[in-house]
Design a protein around this ligand. Structure first.
Ligand code: MN
Length: 740
């Protein structure tokens, strides 16, 4: 990303030069494998060229620009485990785009491979943000280059990671945009490539940018609980450690809490408190095994763990016998600790652990280039298949791609025991289309584990599926709602198009027949006049609608005919059909792009979105829809998707000073039931000045109560003070704002 500013503030240039050299030497040390003088020479050459090319540039923070490529190269070497070629390419990754250096210069000095990678990297970022689907288009480009050389995408990830680590100097707008894009594209991509460490750091950094308060709150709580957690873990692993030592294992045990982002996500989706999520953490046992013994050793460790602790029977995950699609191998079990807490135990070999942390690049180290390429073939084939689909637009493509490649995969079986991989959420119909498109088209249902199920039935890992077909069956438009895979959707659309084509012939005959009956000429002109009159978008659309009996020509009064030409007025469209850009321009007006939300809340120009109930004081943005502008909270569950997919439809929004308008907000709380509690809480709320309670509900079960209050408040501060008051009631354990 070319975030440079043209300025040379008064800085100690000598100290800076020293700092640059120090960073460069750090990079050299981080490069793995044999450090031949030839390799070191290449890196030095790349460093000198990058240094020269960027010499007049500085980052937004004021630092010399060269810090960035050095850092990116170091991430490539140290955190992704890439080799010299990638380090060289990373050092040069911004030169062709941002400086006078050309691709040919790079090719002359470093050869074709490095030049190809740089070219890929330049293409990815050389996209202007002009339309809604640019983000998606950009992404398609990322994948196209991925299909050429996976190092392009790995360096791009390193680039993004460093930009995220140094996000502070950006404007707030830009931070939000980059963070959203990171959550939407780059973190899932890192996940799919098996780079777990980078994936969770990207997620954490995005959360820190988007919701700093939430982030720091969780961070603080984690620190506070660290001693307790450590004590618990050391007590938990003590008997296991002793048993492993007795069996002569070389091993390492790690006990780490979940990432801040994953804690936050769990709190959001499961509506649980920090403490409930925090309780869940994983203990990882890594054994140093000989390659031929890794599997047996892992199971031996499993048996030792379960000698001491009772495992949960439905929580055993064996990704050693059947690794995940991204190469992840590990044995997971969840056991009951003496304190009555469930603890997840992950068991894996040293090699498996490196693969899990560093992804495909670690495969590379262990297996060599051939197998590495082979491991990626399946994924690349799917990408090529999707890219070659002419019917898909870029946005659909991204959605499908995310589903097919970013989600985890389930394994299901045919009646003959053949294994098929499908994304999580795939249905019986997806399975049918996966077997063969003709099977899919004729599918009327399926037997899953010998039980009859409908087409829309979601499959689960390990299901055995038998498809039931009928020759009379035909694909229907609603089938598109039953499938999640891109290929099934594509095949259904294709079948529907064919049907439409057949129907169009029927409709065409009906139109020709009618034109003759009216005494009009059978020609394109008359067909178009009729289509315009009936508001059909084209002749085909007209034929199709007539065949589907949306239009009935039989009941239509015969129109006048002049010289064989129909005399019919154009139909009038009932509503505004102007292009979106026009409406957007009108809504945006001349206000410089920032929407001020003030006293005129009732104004038709914008509405507060019902999905996140923004109130004054919340961090908000406007989203342009054909019906006007919707105001969302920045942390609305839909915001990530909206911001990264429809960047051009986002308008900045801020609240005008305070006003007397009241906003409906919801608070949810829970705790331990006690006598008179309902009364006390009701009192607190009604004594709070200016709170107008709309509804309150309590539910108590087995000594635990849950309550909900809907009240009118003035702004976020007001709501916050109410939440604090409720928190101060001793029996109340959690208080939360309701988002939806
Ligand atoms: Mn960069």
């Amino acid at each position: 990303m070319p975030d440079t500013v043209e300025q040379m503030p008064a800085i100690d240039l000598e100290a800076e030069k020293e700092q640059i050299l120090r960073r460069y030497r750090g990079l050299l040390r981080s490069v793995r494998g044999e450090r031949t003088s030839e390799n070191t020479g290449l890196i030095r050459k790349a460093f000198n060229i990058a240094m020269e090319a960027h010499k007049d540039q500085r980052r937004k923070s004021g630092e010399p620009y060269i810090y960035h490529p050095i850092a990116v190269a170091r991430i490539c070497a140290e955190e992704i485990g890439l080799g010299v070629t990638s380090v060289v390419a990373a050092l040069l990754h911004d030169t062709v785009e941002d400086t006078d250096l050309t691709l040919e210069d790079v090719r002359d000095v470093f050869g074709d491979t490095v030049a190809t990678i740089i070219d890929g990297l330049t293409k990815i970022s050389g996209v202007n943000w002009q339309t809604d689907s640019m983000q998606a288009e950009n992404f398609r480009k990322v994948l196209l280059t991925l299909a050429q050389d996976v190092r392009v995408i790995l360096i791009k990830l390193a680039d993004r990671l460093h930009n995220m680590r140094t996000l502070e100097s950006m404007s707030r707008e830009k931070q939000l945009k980059i963070a959203s894009e990171t959550l939407f594209l780059y973190a899932p991509l890192a996940h799919r490539l098996g780079l777990y460490g980078i994936k969770s750091e990207l997620e954490d950094l995005s959360l820190r940018a988007k919701e700093p308060e939430v982030y720091h709150d969780i961070e603080h709580r984690l620190k506070k609980g660290e001693t307790v957690r450590r004590r618990f873990i050391s007590r938990f692993i003590l008997p296991i450690r002793q048993a492993l030592e007795k069996e002569d294992f070389d091993f390492e045990i790690k006990g780490r809490p979940k990432s801040i982002y994953s804690i936050w996500q769990k709190m959001q989706t499961k509506h649980v408190t920090f403490d409930e999520v925090y309780d869940l953490f994983a203990v990882r046992i890594i054994v140093d095994s000989k390659p031929e013994l890794e599997k047996a050793d892992c199971w031996k460790v499993y048996s030792i763990v379960t000698d001491y602790y009772q495992p949960s029977p439905d929580r055993l995950r064996d990704w050693i016998s059947m690794p995940k699609a991204n190469g992840y191998e590990s044995l997971h079990t969840t056991v009951m600790s003496p304190g009555g807490k469930w603890v997840e135990v992950q068991i894996r070999s040293r090699r498996m652990d490196e693969v899990a942390e560093m992804g495909l690049a670690a495969h590379y180290r262990y297996k060599g280039e051939e197998e590495h390429v082979h491991a990626m073939e399946g994924m690349l084939n799917k990408i090529r298949e999707m890219l070659s689909d002419p019917g898909s637009n870029a946005l659909d493509f991204v959605q499908d791609f995310k589903l097919n490649l970013f989600n985890d995969v389930i394994m299901v079986f045919t009646p003959k025991g053949e294994m098929r991989n499908l994304p999580v959420g795939a249905t019986a119909l997806d399975f049918a289309f996966d077997i063969h498109s003709q099977i899919g088209r004729r599918c009327i249902g399926a037997k899953v584990n010998h039980k009859l199920v409908p087409l829309s039935h979601p499959l689960r890992n390990g299901d055995q599926v038998e498809v039931i077909t009928s020759r009379k069956q035909q694909p229907k438009a609603e089938w598109l709602n039953y499938v999640v895979t891109a290929s099934a959707r594509h095949k259904i659309k294709q079948a529907l198009r064919e049907q439409k084509g057949k129907l169009a012939i029927v409709g065409k005959e009906a139109v020709q027949h009618k034109l003759r009956a009216w005494g009009a000429k059978v020609n394109d002109e008359n067909v178009n006049i009729l289509a315009d009159h009936l508001l059909a978008t084209s002749a085909t659309d007209l034929y199709w609608k007539i065949a589907r009996e949306r239009f009935n020509l039989e009941t239509m009064a015969p129109p006048p005919v002049k010289n064989g030409r129909l005399v019919l007025p154009k139909g009038v469209r009932p509503k505004d059909e102007r292009p979106l850009e026009e409406i957007v321009g009108e809504i945006r007006g001349t206000a410089g792009g920032t929407l001020t939300i003030g006293d005129d809340v009732q104004n038709m120009e914008y509405k507060l979105s019902p999905c996140c109930h923004p109130i004054p004081g919340d961090d908000v943005f406007g989203f342009i829809t054909p019906e006007g502008i919707r105001i969302h909270r920045v942390n609305c569950p839909n915001a990530v998707q909206l911001m990264s997919n429809f960047a051009m439809r986002i308008v900045k929004a801020r609240w005008k000073g305070k006003d007397s308008v009241e906003f409906l907000a919801g608070i949810q709380f829970s705790g331990i039931d006690a006598v008179g509690l309902v009364n006390r809480i009701t009192n607190i709320i009604s004594h709070e000045s200016n709170v107008n309670m709309r509804s309150i509900s309590f539910e108590s079960k087995d000594g635990i109560f849950e309550g909900k209050v809907m009240a009118y408040v003035h702004d976020a501060e007001h709501l916050h003070s109410l939440v604090e008051k409720l928190r101060s009631v001793p029996e109340v354990r959690s208080v939360e704002r309701i988002d939806h």
